[in-house]
Design a protein around this ligand. Structure first.
Ligand SMILES: [Zn+2]
Length: 470
């Protein structure tokens, strides 16, 4: 009775409101589903013979086998304007500037990809091969072993060019969406002691446990791929292991690809320079942490996600970062007589530069990259081993709702300390510069310079084009 005697205007209003709601939802849903093409590919990059492993100076010989296959993976995106961009992720300690340059030049020649639309990130596994000349001071390789690394690096470049091409060839209509979850195994690793900061477990130190997720679905549904990040050293497995492995990030990717057959899972390392997985030390713990991370991503996939629309705008810049307190010849010669073999080796290398160039480099060209997905997602890729302060500060200060900050991108050549960490001192502030073969620590301006450049880059890629009267 009530439906017949009720006011017909109520039903009409309800239909009208439903249409309004549908109208509000449709444009973004349609845009999201129709504006992208995506392609995914992966290629194994596990060395097929014994090779020196990256990340730990304590290792005394090359690898002795494979515990897990490691990969280079690519996500190619084409937005509605036809612009193509490719994200490359690898189970490696990092890219050198030379490797990134070589691959980028070949990708430009072969696929027409400009540098700003190619983004390299590495998981920072310490159970992968040495790449190029990275951290050479840390490794006691023979000339022959160094030659093997060179051969491998050349083959690696070929494979990365190949995986970029494979992802571009696989471009097909897709929908993108963004979400976040968290995993709890990252812990701050800088412990204050009367003798300064040392490595350990600091439960009250800053850490970022969030897990950003970019989901790639087919135009008609069906998961095709997932990109996920975490800001934590990929160092569950220690230097007493001589088996190749992707560590927790490798385990998490394998878990997701097993759970969703035919998909590609890509891991993006965040600003985890001063975070370690906890506990650590065994392959079993790498598996545990990987499962925790993958399970968190899997649960998030069932929840609400934000549609990510185009176009994809990009910027790539080299910011000169100044070094501080460059050692002079007398200081370097004094260091040659010291007890620490790494400091001695570093001094030798610096003296060679002084002999050759007449001076040490006063700055380093620091790569920064920003990808802006419509007004829905801002992705900042920072080079080097970036401490968590940058990540937390950018999230606080940029006023960007969906922000993803990656470290270990494009060039891994040093730690990038914040002013706080620089003042506190320790391994991330300056100790690691010896192993990385950099002349000295960064100047105190490092944080302000990086923040200013990122702000400027984000502002320009987010600028909305407004019609101007003639
Ligand atoms: Zn590291």
């Amino acid at each position: 009775m009530s439906s017949l005697s009720g006011k017909p205007t109520d039903s009409l209003m309800r239909i009208f409101r439903s249409l309004l709601l549908l109208g509000a939802l449709l444009p973004s849903a349609l845009l999201a589903s129709e504006s992208w093409k995506a392609g995914l590919a992966r290629v194994p990059i596990t060395p097929r013979r014994g090779l020196w492993m990256a990340g730990y100076a304590a290792r005394r010989g090359p690898s002795q086998g494979v515990a897990q296959e490691i990969y280079a993976k690519a996500l190619a995106l084409e937005d509605a304007t036809g612009q193509r961009s490719v994200l490359v992720t690898t189970d490696l300690l990092g890219f050198t500037a030379a490797l990134a340059k070589q691959v980028a030049e070949r990708a430009k020649a072969r696929f027409g990809l400009p540098r700003d639309r190619l983004l390299f990130n590495s998981s920072h596994t310490h159970s992968g091969p040495v790449v190029g000349g990275m951290l050479r001071i840390a490794y006691s390789m023979t000339d022959e072993q160094a030659k093997d690394v060179e051969t491998y690096t050349n083959e690696l470049a070929d494979k990365i060019v190949q995986v970029i091409g494979d992802a571009l060839a696989a471009l097909a209509p897709a929908r993108l969406s963004f979400g976040q979850t968290e995993a709890l195994f990252a812990v701050n690793r800088r412990v204050p002691t009367p003798d300064g900061y040392v490595g350990g477990v600091n439960r009250s130190g800053p850490v970022n446990r969030s897990v950003p997720i970019l989901v790639i679905d087919g135009a008609r549904g069906g998961l095709r791929g997932v990109v996920f990040g975490y800001a934590c050293h990929n160092t569950t497995i220690r230097g007493d292991s001589y088996l190749f492995h992707g560590d927790y990030a490798g385990e998490a990717q394998a878990w997701l690809e097993h759970r969703y057959p035919g998909t590609v899972a890509l891991f993006v390392a965040g600003c985890g320079a001063d975070s370690n997985p906890h506990p650590r030390g065994t392959l079993l713990w790498a598996r545990e942490h990987g499962t925790e991370l993958a399970t968190a991503v899997d649960k998030a996939l069932t929840g609400p996600m934000t549609a990510v629309r185009g176009p994809l705008k990009s910027r790539f810049e080299l910011l000169p970062l100044a070094f501080d307190n460059l050692p002079d010849r007398a200081e370097l010669e004094r260091r040659l007589k010291g007890d620490n073999p790494y400091v001695r080796l570093h001094a030798q290398e610096m003296l060679k530069i002084l002999d050759r160039e007449g001076r040490l480099p006063v700055e380093y060209p620091y790569p920064l990259q920003v990808w802006q997905f419509g007004s829905d997602l801002t992705f900042i890729a920072m080079a080097g081993e970036v401490v968590v302060d940058y990540d937390l500060r950018l999230k606080r200060e940029l006023g960007v709702e969906n922000l993803w900050v990656a470290g270990y991108s494009n060039d891994v050549f040093a730690y990038i300390p914040s002013l706080r960490v620089l003042r506190e001192g320790g391994y991330e502030a300056e100790g690691a510069m010896i192993y990385y073969g950099q002349p000295s620590r960064f100047a105190p301006s490092v944080e302000a310079a990086i923040m200013q450049m990122i702000r400027e880059m984000v502002r320009t890629v987010r600028r909305v084009r407004t019609a101007r009267p003639d």
